[in-house]
Design a protein around this ligand. Structure first.
Ligand code: XIL
Length: 371
C-alpha cells in the first residue's frame, strides 16, 4: 500500500511537470543572440530536487552562484577559504556545458569582517587593504583560471545619484579601489572577461556615473568588457525607455551589457534599490497574493516580462547575457527582500516547478528577433 501511494504520488507529481526536454528551451531559442543564465543555490547544485537540477541544466546556457563565491562565504577568515561549494558550481557547469560567471570579488555587502580591520579592531591602512584585495582576488580568480568566463569584479560602487558609495573600500582607498580590483583580476586570469555590476543602472545619474568610471578605467589601461545591469525590477519601474537608454549609453561607452540578476517583483514596491542591508517591516497589504495571483495581475506581469525581454532581444548585438536571479518563485530572494516573509512571483518557474506560460512567448520572441 505504502509503495503504491509513493508511486502514485511520484507519478502524479511527474505528470504535473512537463519535462523540459520535451519542449524547446530558452537556451536553444536564445542561442546566437545571448547567453541565457540563471542564479543557482547549493541545494540545486547538490541535486536535492532532481527536477530543478534538470531544469537548470537544460533550460539555461549559463549559471552564476547566488552566494557561494562572495567574499564572506568563500574567504571567511584571512587564512581560510571555503572552496567546496564554488568548486561544485564550476564542475556542475562544466558537466552541463554551461558558462559560469564569478560573482563577485569586491562588494560592500557579504564581506567578512576581518577584511577591513587589524588585530585591535581598527581600520587597516590603505596599503594593507590594497594588499588584502590583491590576495583575495588572486586566490579566487587564480583557482578557477580558464574555467570561468568572466567576473563581476566590483559590485555596487555607486549611489543612485551617480556619486561613489561611501563604502569602507571608498573611505580607505578612494575611487582607485575599483581600478586596483580590475588590475588584480586581470593579473590573475588575463583571459577572463571583467565586469562592473550594479543595480538601478537605468537611473540616468547612476548610469552616467558608471559610464564616466568605464572611461576612466579604459584610460588607465584596465580591461573592462561589460557592465552588468542587475535589473531587479518592479511592475512599473524602470520604464522600458529608461532600460533602452541605459543600454545605449553603455554601448556608446564601448562595453557590452549583461543583464545579470533579472527579476520582476509582482508585489507592491517598498523600496526601489537592491542594497541588501535594507529591511522594511511586514504589512499584509504589501503581501496581497498569498492565495495566488489573480489572472488580470498575472497578465500584466507577463506583458511586463515580454516588454523588457523584447528590449534585450532588440539589443542582442550588445547584450551578451540575460541571467534570471533564481530558478523558481519558491527560492527567490525577493520572498525576503526588502520585507521578510512575503510571497513573490518574480521569476520564470512557479512554486510547483512548472515553467510559466510566458516562457513560450519569450522563446517565440527570441526566435523571431523582435516583438
Ligand atoms: C542576494 C541573494 O540572492 C541572497 O540569497 C542573499 O541573502 C543576499 O544577496 N545584488 C547582488 C546579489 O549582487 O548578490 C544579491 O543576492 C542581490 C542584490
Amino acid at each position: 500500500m505504502k509503495t503504491f501511494v509513493i508511486t502514485a504520488v511520484l507519478a502524479f507529481s511527474m505528470l504535473s511537470v512537463t519535462p523540459s526536454s520535451a519542449k524547446e528551451t530558452l537556451a536553444e531559442a536564445t542561442k546566437g543572440k545571448f547567453l541565457m543564465g540563471v542564479a543557482v543555490n547549493m541545494p540545486q547544485v547538490n541535486g536535492f530536487d532532481p527536477i530543478q537540477t534538470e531544469q537548470i541544466a537544460t533550460e539555461f546556457s549559463a549559471i552564476v552562484p547566488e552566494n557561494c563565491m562572495k567574499p564572506g562565504p568563500i574567504h571567511p577568515e584571512e587564512n581560510r577559504f571555503n572552496w567546496e561549494d564554488a568548486d561544485k558550481v564550476v564542475a556542475f557547469a562544466e558537466k552541463n556545458k554551461q558558462v559560469v560567471t564569478g560573482h563577485c570579488l569586491i562588494w560592500h555587502s557579504q564581506l567578512p569582517r576581518w577584511f577591513f580591520v587589524d588585530s585591535t579592531g581598527a581600520d587597516v591602512s590603505p596599503e594593507v587593504l590594497k594588499e588584502r584585495m590583491r590576495q583575495h582576488i588572486h586566490a579566487v580568480v587564480g583557482r578557477y583560471k580558464g574555467r570561468i568566463k568572466g567576473w563581476d569584479v566590483v559590485n555596487e560602487a555607486f549611489e543612485d545619484n551617480g556619486s561613489y558609495r561611501n563604502s569602507k573600500f571608498f573611505r580607505i582607498l578612494g575611487k582607485d579601489f575599483i581600478k586596483y580590483a580590475f588590475q588584480f583580476a586581470h593579473e590573475a586570469d588575463p583571459n577572463a572577461e571583467l565586469y562592473y555590476n550594479d543595480y538601478n543602472v537605468e537611473t540616468p545619474s547612476k548610469c552616467d556615473g558608471i559610464v564616466k568610471m568605464v572611461k576612466e578605467l579604459k584610460e588607465a589601461g584596465c580591461r573592462i568588457d561589460a557592465v552588468g545591469s542587475q535589473s531587479h525590477m518592479h511592475m512599473d519601474s524602470p520604464s522600458v525607455e529608461a532600460i533602452e537608454t541605459s543600454i545605449k549609453k553603455l554601448r556608446d561607452a564601448g562595453v557590452q551589457v549583461l543583464i545579470t540578476e533579472w527579476d520582476i517583483s509582482i508585489l507592491p514596491s517598498a523600496y526601489s534599490g537592491a542594497n541588501i542591508s535594507t529591511q522594511v517591516g511586514y504589512a499584509e497589504k504589501m503581501d496581497p497574493y498569498r492565495a495566488g495571483v489573480p489572472d488580470s495581475v498575472q497578465q500584466k506581469w507577463n506583458k511586463r516580462v515580454l516588454d523588457v525581454f523584447s528590449i534585450y532581444v532588440k539589443y542582442s548585438d550588445v547584450v551578451d547575457r540575460v541571467t534570471v536571479w533564481g530558478l523558481n518563485d519558491n527560492g527567490t530572494w525577493l520572498n525576503n527582500f526588502p520585507i521578510r516573509g512575503r510571497m513573490d512571483y518574480p521569476v520564470l518557474f512557479d512554486r510547483k516547478n512548472n515553467r510559466k506560460s510566458v516562457v513560450d512567448e519569450m522563446i517565440r520572441l527570441a526566435k523571431k528577433g523582435t516583438k
